[in-house]
Design a protein around this ligand. Structure first.
Ligand SMILES: [Zn+2]
Length: 183
């Protein structure tokens, strides 16, 4: 039973510079995220990778009146991971139905159940984008009673102000901030 899990949020090609919905300098954290994955693997932690996994006609896309350009469509290169996801990692696909949006890795998925089955009590969150899916995932983890850490040098936000606000909100809600080297 692993008591801790690393949750890698949405490290996918479309969220990187050159992708359909890029997080500025999102690629800069790739080495750090890979380092975190290696560290947690060595510790025997559960590694979870969430991904946006949208159908072609997803409700969040502009052509359906949503806020985003088409991104992370199932089985396309844009939806591929850009970090080294270990073979034994748990991959959580979210927002997979046409009419449902999900920012959090817990929303409409079996993530909570999987963590509990594995005896996980503490989660560490990294990935993109800080203000959206990282924040939503960490907030849900807190609500569900997990001790929650955000790895501050392995996340990237859309803009520095938004990222700062998101981290403040997370801290207020009980999340702890940590750097990769202190893991
Ligand atoms: Zn999406």
């Amino acid at each position: 039973m692993s008591q801790e899990a690393l949750i890698v949020v949405d490290m996918q090609r479309d969220f990187m510079p050159g992708g359909a919905l890029p997080v500025p300098e999102g690629d800069k954290i790739i080495p750090k995220v890979n380092e975190c994955i290696k560290k947690f693997q060595k510790r025997g932690a559960l590694i979870v990778a969430t991904r946006d996994w949208h159908p072609e006609n997803h409700i969040s896309f502009k052509e359906r009146g949503g806020p985003w350009p088409k991104h992370c469509v199932q089985n396309t290169p844009g939806a591929e991971f850009v970090v080294e996801i270990p073979e034994n990692a748990v991959v959580i696909s979210k927002a997979t139905e046409p009419d449902k949006e999900a920012y959090s890795g817990f929303e409409g998925t079996e993530l909570d159940e999987i963590l509990r089955k594995n005896g996980v009590e503490r989660v560490y969150v990294c990935g993109v984008a800080t203000e959206y899916c990282v924040k939503a995932t960490a907030m849900d983890a807190l609500k569900l009673g997990y001790e929650t850490y955000v790895i501050v040098d392995a996340i990237k936000g859309i803009d520095p102000e938004g990222e700062k606000r998101a981290l403040e909100e997370l801290q207020k809600a009980g999340a702890k901030l940590i750097e990769c080297e202190n893991l």
